[in-house]
Ligand binder design. Sequence first.
Ligand code: MD3
Ligand code: FE
Length: 206
Amino acid sequence: MDGIQVNTPLDLRGMRVFKGLVAPTLQSEIVEDLRDVIRAAPLFSPVTPSGKPMSVRMTSAGRFGWVSDRGGYRYGAVHPSGTPWPLIPPRILAIWDAVSQAARQPECCLINFYDEHARMGIHQDRDERDFSQPVVSVSLGDDALFRVGNTVRGGKTESLWLQSGDVVVMGGDARLLYHGIDRVKHGSSRLLANAGRINLTMRVVT
Ligand code: MD3
Ligand code: FE
């Protein structure tokens, strides 16, 4: 596929890290696709079930989107405004097809937006039904310090800077690793006019 370069990945605790998989031109095209998604399903600021605001803003594309509010964390068929989520743009699906080795197609593309102060605490992704299906992450914009731990809380962690165009595949035993984003290096990329970072995660939900 044009703009997708599948090189030998780095192995980080079973996660496969494809540095620079998405070429700059394709990154810009995907940002344009995301403008349409965000027009239909605006970014919102989730709160945790305990009512704490999350620093990341988010929205989704696909049959399901991930929402968090006083009612809990869950996948739902509609944006908080009540409208269905937009389709996952084909250029994003092409990345899943290039690296996931999965038989199924993603049912959710979660879109996280990080400004210079946003972070994501260490957590597991376990709201999906089928952990045999991988999660594929695409980083766009500013560099971010990603941290990965173990399949149980605590223990040693390892960190890695994720840059625009990097793709990470969490499959097999890596699917339930604890992970988070410690910080974003503001203005380190020119991809987004007003800086910041976008992370896409594609998931099979059902
Ligand atoms: C490892 N996002 O949306 S992507 C998330 O950069 C999330 O926005 C981070 O964690 C971000 O849930 C990290 C890399 C990632 C995503 C999902 C994983 C790593 C993962 C699921 C299992 C193991
Ligand atoms: Fe996660």
